[in-house]
Design a protein around this ligand. Structure first.
Ligand code: ATP
Ligand code: MG
Length: 237
C-alpha cells in the first residue's frame, strides 16, 4: 500500500538548534495515529511540517494529503465571528454557498454539543467550548487528513470521553487519516490504531497495538518509559 505521508530522514532546526533529527516514519491512508511524547520534544513541529507551516531543514516529506484540517494546540478562532460563522466561513472557498455552509456548520456544532451556542462569539465561550468549535470546523471541511494537537487539553474527563466517542463515530462514517498528538496514553489508546512515541529528536518508536489485551499490558510499560523520557527532558525545558 502506498503511504499517505512519509518522513524520510527529516530534520528541523530552529535558529541552529536541532529539534528533529533524521526522523523516518510512514503512515497509510485512514490510519489513526497517536503521537505521544514529553513536552518540547517536537510533536507540534511534526504536525506543522505535515501541514506545510514549517519547512524541514533536511530530508523529505512525501505527502498525498489533499485537504488537511488542523486543530491547533492553541485554539485559533476568529474573535469577531460567531461560533457558527467560524465553522461556516472555511466552507465558502470549497463551493458551499453561505446558506449551505451555515447549515453544515450548525450540524457539526450540534455534534459537538454546542447546539444553542451558534450565535455566541468566542469571548462568550469557555476554553473547552472554543476547542469544540475548532473540532467542528475541522470536521466540517471533510478533510482527508486531520491533525489534532492536544485537542482536549482544556476539557474535563467526562466531556473528553464524550468527544472521543463522537470522533470515533465520525471516523467510522467518514474515514480520515488522523494524527492525534497527546500527553495522555489513556486518551490515545481510545482512538488510535497505531501509536508512536517520540522520545527525543529523531527517536520515534512505534508501539505494537493489536488487541485490547496488548494495549493493557503494553500501557503500563510504556507509561514508565514515558515518565523516564519526560524526566530526562525536563532539565533542558
Ligand atoms: N518557531 C520556533 N522557533 C524556535 N524554536 C521553536 C519554535 N517552535 C518550536 N521551537 C522549539 O522546538 C522544540 C519543540 O517544540 P514543539 O512545539 O514541537 O514541542 P511539543 O512536543 O509540541 O511540546 P508540547 O508538548 O509542550 O506542546 C522546543 O524546544 C521549542 O522551543
Ligand atoms: Mg505541542
Amino acid at each position: 500500500m502506498m503511504p499517505m505521508i512519509q518522513f524520510k530522514q527529516v530534520g528541523k532546526r530552529y535558529n541552529g538548534i536541532e529539534v528533529i533529527e533524521n526522523l523516518c516514519f510512514s503512515i497509510h491512508k485512514n490510519d489513526v495515529i497517536g503521537i505521544l511524547g514529553p513536552s518540547g520534544v517536537g510533536k507540534t513541529t511534526i504536525l506543522k511540517m505535515i501541514a506545510d507551516l514549517v519547512t524541514p531543514s533536511s530530508g523529505t516529506i512525501i505527502s498525498h494529503a489533499k485537504r488537511i484540517a488542523y486543530v491547533f494546540q492553541e485554539p485559533r478562532v476568529l474573535p469577531w465571528k460567531t461560533a457558527l460563522d467560524n465553522v461556516a466561513i472555511p466552507l465558502l472557498p470549497l463551493g458551499y454557498n453561505y446558506k449551505q455552509a451555515r447549515e453544515k456548520a450548525a450540524e457539526q456544532l450540534g455534534k459537538m454539543g454546542l447546539r444553542g451556542y451558534e450565535g455566541y462569539f468566542p469571548v462568550q465561550l469557555s476554553g473547552g467550548m472554543i476547542q469544540r468549535v475548532s473540532l467542528a470546523r475541522a470536521f466540517a471541511i471533510e478533510p482527508d487528513t486531520l491533525l489534532l494537537d492536544e485537542p482536549f487539553s482544556a476539557l474535563d474527563i467526562g466531556l473528553k470521553k464524550v468527544l472521543l466517542d463522537m470522533i470515533k463515530e465520525q471516523l467510522k462514517a467518514m474515514p480520515v487519516t488522523v494524527l492525534y498528538v497527546s500527553h495522555m496514553p489513556e486518551e490515545v489508546v481510545q482512538i488510535a490504531n497505531r501509536i508512536f512515541m517520540l522520545f527525543s529528536k529523531g527517536i520515534m518508536e512505534e508501539l505494537p497495538v493489536n488487541t485490547d489485551e496488548l494495549i493493557k499490558t503494553k500501557l503500563s510499560d510504556f507509561i514508565d518509559k514515558y515518565r523516564t523520557a519526560e524526566t530526562a527532558v525536563l532539565p533542558n525545558g
